[in-house]
Design a protein around this ligand. Structure first.
Ligand code: CS2
Ligand code: MG
Length: 402
């Protein structure tokens, strides 16, 4: 069998997605997600101009060799654009292998290690009362874990809080919007939100919170400590992770578990964090961290060091990425949690999929391959439009991390 064609499909069914579809001489096809929020066309060009020509004529069965060829052969290693492009190829090749074998991909990864994939939803609201109503909605839907994000009094916009419910879209159209931020206001307010949520929903519901890389290590340590009475499953992205030592400082002060990794693109971004047990959950994803093959390598390393998976699953990761993540989540021994932010109906129509939600769990389904596809005719009706994530400034105008 040979790869004969690779189609790079850029489409905006509700938001921008980049999808790779590999075609073989025997008619079997495979799909991979290549979406990099706000930088979509860079990955599309990387694939179209530099990768697809290398794939034509290759044996699609050679997944690991193709990964090594694209990673080492480029000379320029790592980086979100490169690794998202490699991820798309890797994911599409696993899809093809599953279809050829007549097996869902999780069977090729060693079979099920659990009955279903526990997911968490993103409950957000402007006020604590809005947040309580959103958490209640997730609980009614059957969720066992909820991430809680609340508007901060005195700040006009808070990242992660919007009018969108069940899904939410942080990327605005055209030029990037700017938000403002006050650590002081945030640190004193957030524990009061969790006090109300825990009080209302009791001890069994798993609660999470995302700090979006906005704190310094000592501020994050204070937040972790003040959230201890509310027994969070994790505090996500407390500090930017370029400097792993920051996590050591947080660890010295709090037993609130830590999660990080949605912007990681290789094992080298988290090797020290994992090896030194500085975090509890690694949240790298199939699409941004080199595909199923490389993410499995990260999770295998994590398993040796008491670190569990907690993959990112916001709306900018397409249903193709979600399907691939679920096959891996079902198979690995050290699965922790999977984020599941629902896609819009438009997105779901363009990406028909077999995965389904029931009683707080997602299951990838039992179709051969990944069980997801792209309807190319429908996708063509939604042309790309530039859209950017907001940038964040302190109230005095200083650029801040987000
Ligand atoms: C968030 C996302 O879901 C999450 O954990 O951090 O909103 C994230 O900021 C976006 O997916 C970035 O593209
Ligand atoms: Mg996050």
């Amino acid at each position: 069998m040979q790869v004969t064609e690779g189609r790079v499909i850029v489409s905006r069914p509700g938001r921008n997605f980049v999808t790779l579809k590999l075609v073989t001489d025997e008619g079997v096809t495979g799909v991979g997600d290549a979406t990099l929020n706000g930088r979509e066309l860079a990955v599309a060009s990387y694939l179209r101009d530099h990768v697809v020509p290398l794939l034509v004529g290759r044996d699609p069965a050679r997944i690991e060799d193709t990964w090594q060829f694209l990673y080492k052969g480029a000379y320029w290693r790592r980086g979100p654009v490169t690794m998202s492009a490699i991820a798309a190829v890797d994911t599409a090749l696993w899809d093809i292998k599953g279809k050829v074998a007549g097996l869902p991909v999780y069977q090729l990864l060693g079979g099920r290690s659990r009955d279903g994939v526990t997911v968490y939803g993103h409950a957000n609201g402007e006020t604590v009362d809005d947040v309580l109503a959103e958490v209640a909605r997730y609980v009614e839907l059957g969720y066992r874990a909820v991430r809680v994000q609340c508007g901060i009094p005195g700040l006009p916009i808070t990242y992660g809080v919007s009018d969108d419910k069940l899904f939410y879209e942080p990327a605005g159209v055209a030029l990037p919007p700017e938000a403002s931020w006050s650590t002081e206001a945030y640190l004193s307010f957030i524990p009061t939100v969790f006090a109300r949520v825990r009080d209302e929903f009791g001890p069994a519901l798993r609660l999470l919170h995302d700090a979006h890389h906005r704190l310094t290590p000592i501020e994050a340590a204070r937040l972790g400590k003040s959230l201890e009475p509310y027994e969070l499953t994790w505090l996500e992205d407390p500090v930017p992770a370029e400097l792993p030592d920051g996590f050591r400082l947080i660890r010295q002060h709090t037993t609130t578990p830590l999660a990080v990794g949605e912007v990681f693109n290789t094992i080298w971004d988290c090797e020290q964090l994992i090896r030194e047990q500085l975090v509890d959950y690694v949240r790298a994803t199939v699409v941004h961290a080199g595909g199923i093959s490389h993410l499995r390598r990260i999770f295998d390393l994590a398993a040796l060091h008491h670190v569990r998976s907690g993959s990112h699953g916001a709306t900018d990761l397409s249903p193709v990425c979600m399907a691939a993540a679920l096959h891996l989540d079902l198979a690995i021994p050290n699965f922790g949690l999977q984020e599941y932010m629902r896609h819009t109906e438009e997105t779901d129509r363009v990406f028909p999929h077999a995965y389904h939600f029931a009683a707080g769990y997602l299951h990838p389904g039992d179709e051969p391959g990944l069980g997801v596809d792209i309807d190319e005719e429908l996708a063509a009706r939604y042309p790309y439009q530039p859209a950017y994530l907001p940038v964040n400034r302190l109230v005095d105008g200083t650029m801040h991390s987000w």
